[in-house]
Design a protein around this ligand. Structure first.
Ligand code: PAF
Length: 291
């Protein structure tokens, strides 16, 4: 595996791979790699001849009040993990490489970004869209891999790729979970022992929603009530949002007569966690719990 820090080095490595006829897979990350990221790499390894991973803690997607300064920086450990997964190229640029002096062009995806995470984290998706398009332009992958856990991010990126005709297939990889159902996230490491225990309430709420749905409940506000009652029973948890919305538009639905997604954002202590489950679509409804 080659670890590189400049855009020129990425372009050169990708051009070499292309000359050899390889398809290119890109796994964009912010590092602090866990099994969720590794599952993206494995999927990319299965589908592409050349696998690139980027590690860049993108300052433009953090609000000033958020955890940019304290976000875990673990490049040596991350590089080892990438090596073990058979990654070909690890791109770890610094902020000036990505945002040189005078940088001032931004991606604004409409509609979707004014909801939910977009409300709680103003400017977040502008930063995500911009950095992802830059990473796509830098590495020109055939496929880019994203986890379902960041469901709204995934929808925003798909919309950007479609609206701007980026010649890239966006591949979704199901959420990876701990033994007790907690979705893997780099931010889980912020949780104290007692908060870590309490954090399973997100998974319990999703399971309760799925059980209600399976027993025939099709009223989305009734489902939301069930979810709210599970989460509010946990004193360490505070709901930011817990909604049942159309899986494509993320707009509210009254009756569940189409594919919907349950989206949760819950603060456990100081840590904000998100999770989701798709209803109406068994094929993408995965509870990946290790044996
Ligand atoms: O999901 C993430 O880790 C980040 O939002 C991404 C897609 C790497 C962009 O910085």
């Amino acid at each position: 595996m080659r670890l590189v820090h400049t855009i020129a080095q990425v372009r050169e490595a990708v051009a070499d791979a292309r000359r050899l006829g390889s398809t290119i897979g890109l796994v964009p990350t912010m590092g602090a790699l866990h099994e969720g990221h590794l599952s993206l790499m494995r999927q990319s390894r299965r589908q592409c001849g050349f696998v690139a991973v980027s590690i860049f803690i993108n300052p433009t997607q953090f609000a000033p009040s958020e955890d940019f300064a304290s976000y875990p920086r673990t490049l040596d450990d991350d590089a080892q993990k990438c090596e073990q997964e058979g990654v070909d190229l690890l791109f770890a640029p610094n902020a000036l490489e990505m945002y040189p002096q005078g940088f001032d062009s931004w991606i604004e995806v409409g509609g979707l970004t004014s909801l939910l995470e977009g409300v709680s984290r103003p400017g977040h998706f502008r930063g995500v869209g911009t950095v992802c398009l830059k990473l796509f332009n830098i590495s020109q992958p055939d496929r880019a891999y994203f986890g379902q856990k960041d469901y709204q991010q995934l929808q925003v990126i798909k919309k950007m790729v479609s609206d701007l005709n980026a010649p890239i297939e966006i591949v979704t990889v199901e959420t990876q979970r701990e033994h007790d159902g907690l979705a893997l996230s780099s931010r889980n490491r912020y949780l104290s022992k007692v908060e870590r225990q309490a954090a399973t309430v997100l998974y319990q709420a999703l399971q309760a929603a799925q059980a209600e749905y399976a027993s025939g409940q099709r009223d989305s506000s009734a489902l939301e009530q069930v979810i709210h009652s599970v989460i509010t029973a946990q004193p360490l948890a505070e709901i930011d949002y817990a909604v049942v919305v159309d899986a494509d538009t993320l707009l509210p639905v009254d009756t569940i007569d189409r594919r919907v997604v349950v989206l949760l954002a819950v603060r456990v202590g100081l840590t904000r966690l998100i999770d989701n489950i798709i209803l109406n679509n068994d094929a993408t409804n995965n509870w990946i719990i290790p044996d």
